[in-house]
Each structure stands twice: as structure tokens, then as C-alpha cells.
Write a protein that binds this ligand. Structure first.
Ligand code: AMP
Length: 447
């Protein structure tokens, strides 16, 4: 199929051509005609599938016909993170460069006054994170009764971040006669419930990622101990030809301390997590994109939806608690047909997470021993994770208490970035037993 077959206007075809896109991606092929038919859509698609253009392109054509009134936006796109919201706004600028549509970006961490002035002039497209939108609505700066199209992007991440009550509130403030498009990488029951409540007879569109990560990303894990993680990671970085890399940590405080440690060791590293002010996050991201920073040490939430081409490596400083996060993380490399490499540090406390990851991706990840790394060798290479070793029983309390979890118990007021990992983590603490995620793997991924 060609873009010309999708019913897009000449000006959009020109913009798409200028981006160098030859053919629509599967989500674009399936979603664009349905959106033009004014139907609600549930799109099961991850970042990297071209889903943003999948909703942005038809929206530009649909909205082109009318004009916005002061404080009354005509469409609303809800994004879980500021970075993703900014990326969507960039998409509107790119594809809508030949249109007269106006847009506003309402995100926390940037000047409210500027955002309010823009709203007062009237905007066709409002791209917002839920918190800032509710804030401005409650102050009387926005009227939502002219919204004709609502997009909820990365709905499952909204759930992880605790935004579902905000989304429900926003949906109930919108006119019932509207078109709603919901995109999510997975379909947990809470999101299913949301679609039932707020979408009307939606067309379900399911796509698998452009390229399966397993095909373009070589994956490895290395055994280490909690105390040797930094040196193990550095040994891998020195051994690999790292052009640029995302380094994922499960906790914000580790993001900060690891990036400081790497800098002290002479690496070009920078931290990125949800507690940093927006201007700092934007600056860091731009430096990473331009190659001024080589190593971006980040949390799952901060890196979610960030689209950086040509990333050579992903390092999991911590094995993620949720196997879906692993898939998202390693998907940051090996994009657009290029080869990437993903390394995961595994301590004996992470074995169960590694098992869930392997179950989720349907393959086992090879264990690699580093040539000169004390950390990994002191962990006893494969011994730390021997398939024949006595595994903890799911129903018995875990005697191998994870020092991180213990530490967290003692620091209840330690702030965590809310993420699926966090939720899994809390769940595990509550159950006080070793649990896998096998039964929680969404059906979508099994298909
Ligand atoms: P998204 O899934 O929206 O984050 O898009 C991922 C990447 O795919 C972005 O860098 C887009 O520029 C790119 N992209 C979107 N549509 C196409 C297309 N039809 N052909 C090639 N690349 C595309």
C-alpha cells in the first residue's frame, strides 16, 4: 500500500515525502482509513511502529476544516510523559508544516503563563500530560467542551504511572460526541475497562513492532553481585564498542549515583529521570541525540517513548522487574534494521526476573563471562543461575531477601518513580514470596 491510497491530502503527502517515508507502516495502513471514518480506535502498538504519524496525519486533515475559539481546543492528545508529549508536538510540526493548525503543549515543568497565553489565542491541537491539563482546567484556563478528537497515547504507561483516575476525570469532562483513539503497547484489564467505559464500538487494531527486537538486538547477560555492579558495567562498556547507550536503572537514586560514578571514571554520561526539571531533561536528551553525551543513565519512565535512532547499546544496570519493560528497554537499540547489543547485569536476586524475561521473549539469553571483570567472576559465572539448581518455590517465603527490597522497607519515604516495575515491586513485598510475572504476561504478546 502507498500513502496515496490512504486518502491523505496533497499537503500531507508532500510532508510525508519530505520525511523520506516510502510506504505506510502497518499501524498507519490500518488506522488512518478508520480514523477518517470517524470511528473510535484501540491500537495495540508500541513505540517504533509509526503510531504517532498513524494518528497525527489523519488528525491534521480532519481538523484543517475548522478553527479554534479562545480557550477551547478542538482536539486533545494525552501523553504519560513530558518527553513523549514533546515528541508528539514535534510530529505535528513536521507533518503539519503546510497547514495552518495551531497547537499547544501543556506539560509540567515549563512556564504556565506561556501555555495559558497560547490557549487564550485558541488552539486546534492540545498535547498534554494529565496533571498539567487538570491543573489548568481547574484554574479555568481551558474549556473542554469543543474537543472533537481525543487521543490517549501509551495508555498502559498511564496506568503504571497512576494516571487512570485523571484520565477518567478528563474523559468525563469531554463532550460525549467525540472520536476517541487509544494506543497502548499492552492491554491490561484496567485499560480494557477504560476502553469499555469511554470508547464507543472501537475498531481494534493490533500490530507487532516494525522489527522484532530479537532479530536485530543481540542480547547477553552477565552475572555480578550488588556491590560489583558498577565495575562490571564499566568492564562491559570498555570491552564493547559503545557509540552511545541507554543505561537503565530501576531506581532514581541509582540513576544519579551511577551517572556521577561514570563521569568520575571519565565517561561522557548524564542522568535522566522524572525528578529533574523539564529544561534539564530536554537539554540532556538533545545532548544525547546530538552525540555530545554517550551514556544516558535513565529510568524506565523518563526513557519511555523517546525516539533516538542509531543507539548502539542498551545496558540494564538492573534487570527490570517487569518483563515488558525489558522489551521496551532493548527496543531502544537495533532500530530501523541496524544491529544493536543489549546487556543485562544479573545478581542472584535477579534470577526470577531473568526467568520472566526469557519466558516473555521466548528465548534464553546467553550468559557471558567478562575477560577481566572481578565483579562478574566473583559472582561465579553461571553458578549464580544454574537451571538445575534448587529454585525458590513460588509459595514459600523467599529466604534470599533482596537487599534492595530490604533497604526500601527501611526507607518508606524514599521517593520512587512510579512504574510498572514499582507496582510489581510493591506487589512482591506485599506477598512476601517469590513471584514471577508469567501469568501476567498480556495475551497480546503471546499471539
Ligand atoms: P513512533 O512509533 O510514532 O514513535 O515512530 C517511530 C519512528 O518511525 C519515528 O522516528 C518516525 O519518524 C518513523 N516513521 C513513522 N512513519 C514512518 C514510515 N511510514 N516510514 C518510515 N519511518 C516512519
Amino acid at each position: 500500500m502507498k500513502f496515496e491510497d490512504l486518502g491523505l491530502s496533497e499537503q500531507l503527502l508532500k510532508a510525508v515525502k519530505a520525511c523520506g517515508y516510502d510506504t505506510p507502516t502497518p499501524i498507519q495502513e490500518k488506522a488512518i482509513p478508520i480514523i477518517f471514518m470517524a470511528r473510535d480506535v484501540v491500537g495495540l502498538a508500541q513505540t517504533g511502529t509509526g503510531k504517532t504519524a498513524g494518528f497525527t496525519l489523519p488528525m491534521i486533515d480532519i481538523l484543517e476544516g475548522g478553527r479554534a475559539k479562545a480557550r477551547m481546543p478542538r482536539s486533545l492528545i494525552l501523553s504519560p510523559t513530558r518527553e513523549l508529549a514533546a515528541q508528539i508536538a514535534e510530529n505535528f510540526d513536521t507533518y503539519g508544516k503546510n497547514s495552518k493548525l495551531s497547537k499547544a503543549l501543556l506539560i509540567g515543568g515549563s512556564s504556565m503563563g506561556k501555555q495559558i497565553r497560547k490557549l487564550e489565542r485558541g488552539v486546534d491541537v492540545l498535547i498534554a500530560t494529565p496533571g498539567r491539563l487538570i491543573d489548568l482546567f481547574e484554574r479555568g484556563n481551558i474549556l473542554l467542551n469543543d474537543i472533537k478528537i481525543l487521543v490517549i497515547d501509551e495508555a498502559d504507561r498511564m496506568l503504571d504511572m497512576g494516571f487512570i483516575p485523571d484520565i477518567e476525570k478528563i474523559c468525563s469532562l469531554l463532550p460525549t460526541m467525540r472520536q476517541t483513539l487509544l494506543f497502548s503497547a499492552t492491554m491490561p484489564p484496567e485499560i480494557k475497562h477504560l476502553t469499555k467505559k469511554f470508547l464507543s464500538n472501537p475498531k481494534e487494531i493490533v500490530v507487532t513492532p516494525k522489527t522484532s527486537a530479537a532479530e536485530t538486538v543481540e542480547q547477553f547477560y552477565v552475572n555480578t553481585t550488588p556491590r560489583s555492579k558498577n565495575t562490571t558495567l564499566e568492564a562491559i562498556i570498555r570491552q564493547e564498542k559503545v557509540k552511545n547507550a541507554f543505561i537503565f536503572c530501576n531506581r532514581k537514586r541509582d540513576v544519579d549515583s551511577l551517572s556521577k560514578w561514570l563521569k568520575a571514571k571519565g565517561h561522557s554520561a548524564q542522568a535522566m529521570h522524572g525528578d529533574l526539571v523539564q529544561s534539564k531533561r530536554t537539554e540532556t536528551l538533545n545532548q544525547f541525540k546530538s552525540g555530545d553525551i554517550t551514556l544516558l543513565v535513565c529510568s524506565d519512565v523518563a526513557a519511555r517513548g523517546i525516539d533516538v535512532e542509531n543507539v548502539s547499546h542498551v545496558f540494564n544496570y538492573d534487570a527490570p522487574f517487569n518483563p515488558d519493560d525489558y522489551v521496551h528497554r532493548i527496543g531502544r537499540t537495533g532500530r530501523a534494521g541496524l544491529k544493536g547489543r543489549a546487556w543485562t547485569l544479573v545478581t542472584k536476586y535477579d534470577e526470577k526476573y531473568l526467568d520472566s524475561i526469557e519466558k516473555r521473549i521466548g528465548q534464553s539469553i546467553p550468559c557471558t563471562k567478562l575477560s577481566n571483570d572481578k565483579g562478574s567472576s566473583s559472582a561465579g559465572s553461571n553458578k549464580a543461575r544454574n537451571k538445575n539448581s534448587k529454585r525458590p518455590n513460588k509459595n514459600t517465603p523467599n529466604k534470599n531477601t533482596n537487599p534492595y527490597i530490604e533497604e526500601n522497607k527501611n526507607q518508606e519515604n524514599q521517593r520512587y518513580e512510579t512504574s510498572s516495575s514499582d507496582i510489581a515491586h510493591k506487589k512482591e513485598r506485599n506477598q512476601k514470596s517469590v513471584t514471577g510475572f508469567g501469568s501476567e504476561i498480556p495475551d497480546f504478546f503471546g499471539k
